[in-house]
Ligand binder design. Structure first.
Ligand SMILES: Nc1ncnc2c1ncn2[C@@H]1O[C@H](COP(=O)(O)OP(=O)(O)OP(=O)(O)O)[C@@H](O)[C@H]1O
Ligand SMILES: [Mg+2]
Length: 502
């Protein structure tokens, strides 16, 4: 059993945890829930030695732990799947998996590579990754990297396993495979702590739920005694209203973006579509189905081999993301914020302000007007409820979900005419998710902006999009038009989408 007694952790300007007491039993999967910035990752990082300084006591099997590093934690029997993907790009899959356990393969000062690769392969297979141990990690997809991190933690074979949002980049199928594995570990008596913002996952997997809010423990209960609404209320202190957003009336005669027979080998397969002014066009499909690939071609990150792109009726060739934004008013909220969306060692204010600097620069002095920047950036921080000690705080010290909010805020500030939002609510909490939906809706409905919404969250897609293109294997399997968005039709539309994907 793992016991936390009166844990308090303070960062400059923030009390991330305040007198938290919790216990985690062997043979159980215990969910740790809370809004972005509630303190979940901080707690997990304390348990596994990453944050050695805190007040309070951590006790494992009657012994008080004094861990100074993650290596200490591994030796004590605790391993973690980190919220952020931290694979080493220039190393192989096997090296990444065995990185913290290399000494096991050492004999007379030399590494036995064959043994290392063979052992790694067991875990590669366990998470159903179809990769050779000797492949370099760099070019792999985010989902594959996440599975490598999971394999790395599994390979530690520790009695305690901490999983901080392990499924954020995984497809439903990959998640199901992981859950089968985790259930097997539970049967073997392991102690599993699981963090996720996806409540369906909590109900499918976990035995117990603990909620923290603003660093304080709110409650713990068995999953049988809880329902969705109850959990949400514990997390955010109020109920959510997943209401019907109403009718969207795009300007059907104005095509802002048109794509004709676009082709890029293995990425975009002869795709054509039109985006109307004021519409929210959904790109629905599983991760890897070709939606992000198409978006990247549209914003000039990748070059297409044939086909045509028109912006406001004019044929264009977009060469870079900055050209997409400055010349054509097209913005892209990346699904992969850590690698593409943010400059981590810059402040929150700078990251959000970046896209508007050209607009607020003095005409002669070329200096950026701080007052003008504050006027745009500060209300966004407020509206998105980004949890920070000050706008000058470095983005790297924000909780994962709050980083995601910064990356969305940045594009909202940019005031683009066409905004491509890629998985906008992955990793954000339920309250913020609702708010981001309202913002996207408001841009289209009231400001005449045109949105492409890429999401694998079907309820999100049904709520916001009135036209949905369904992607699979780089192909568009079909388009559903004139959707009303009324919740009573959701089952019918889901079935149609399912039909297109068979
Ligand atoms: N290194 C740090 N320096 C300063 N503040 C920090 C640091 N790490 C975390 N914090 C702050 O501590 C609080 C808790 O963050 P934590 O990462 O534990 O949240 P979380 O519950 O994991 O949220 P999320 O769901 O977004 O991942 C946040 O307000 C965050 O900004
Ligand atoms: Mg976190």
């Amino acid at each position: 059993m793992l016991i936390l007694k009166n844990i308090t952790k303070t960062f400059p300007g923030t009390k991330a945890l305040d007198d938290v007491c919790l216990s985690f039993q062997n043979g159980e999967i215990h969910a740790l829930l809370g809004e972005n910035g509630a303190g979940k990752s901080t707690l997990i990082n304390i348990i596994c030695g990453i944050y050695p300084n805190y007040e309070g006591t951590v006790i494992l099997d009657d012994k008080v732990l004094k861990l100074r590093s993650y290596q200490d934690a591994l030796e004590t029997g605790i391993s973690i799947v980190n919220q952020e993907i931290q694979t080493i790009p220039d190393s192989t899959v096997a090296e990444n998996i065995m990185l913290d356990k290399l000494e096991r393969f050492q004999k007379w000062g030399r590494l036995n590579w064959k043994e290392l690769n063979n052992k790694a392969l067991e875990y590669i297979k366990m998470v159903h990754l179809d990769l050779e141990p000797g492949v370099k990690v760099g070019p792999l997809s985010t989902a594959q990297k996440q599975l490598i991190q999971i394999a790395k933690a599994l390979a530690s074979e520790t009695p305690v396993l901490l999983l901080d949002e392990p499924t954020s980049a995984l497809t439903e199928h990959e998640t199901a495979t992981l859950f089968t594995l985790l259930r097997e570990l539970r049967e073997k008596g392991k102690n599993l702590i699981f963090v996720s913002h996806k409540l369906d996952e909590i109900f499918a997997l976990c035995d117990k739920v603990s909620v923290i809010r603003d660093g304080r423990w709110i409650g713990t209960d068995k999953i049988q005694n809880l329902d969705r609404e109850g959990i949400i209320k514990m997390m955010i202190g109020r109920e959510t209203s997943d209401e019907y957003l109403g009718v969207l009336e795009p300007d059907r005669d104005t095509v802002v973006l048109e794509v004709k027979d676009l082709f890029l080998k293995n990425k975009v397969n002869h795709t054509s579509f039109q985006l109307k002014k004021g519409e929210i066009l959904g790109f629905y499909g599983l991760v890897g189905s070709g939606r992000t690939e198409l978006a990247k071609v549209l914003i000039g990150e990748d070059r297409y081999q044939s086909g045509e792109v028109f912006v406001n009726g004019e044929k264009v060739i977009i060469r870079s993301m900055s050209e997409a934004l400055k010349k054509y008013g097209i913005g892209y909220v990346s699904e992969n914020r850590k690698e593409e969306g943010l400059i981590l060692d810059f402040s929150v204010e700078t990251n959000i302000g970046l896209t508007i600097w050209d607009k607020i620069r003095g005409k002669i002095s070329r200096k950026i007007s701080r007052t003008k920047e504050d006027k745009i950036v500060l209300p966004l921080i407020d509206r998105l409820k980004i949890k920070i000690a000050s706008p000058q705080q470095e983005v790297s010290s924000l909780s994962g979900g709050n980083q995601q909010k910064v990356s969305i805020g940045k594009w909202l500030a940019a005031d683009c005419d066409i905004l491509i939002v890629d998985e906008p609510t992955i990793g954000v909490d339920i309250g913020a998710k609702e708010y981001i939906h309202d913002l996207i809706w408001d841009l289209a409905k009231n400001k005449g902006k045109s949105i492409i919404l890429i999401s694998s969250d079907l309820p999100e897609m049904l709520k916001l999009s009135r036209r949905i293109m369904v992607f699979q294997n780089q192909n568009i399997m079909g388009t559903l038009d004139d959707l009303t968005g009324e919740p009573k039709n959701n089952d019918e539309v889901s079935l149609k989408i399912g039909g297109l994907m068979i």
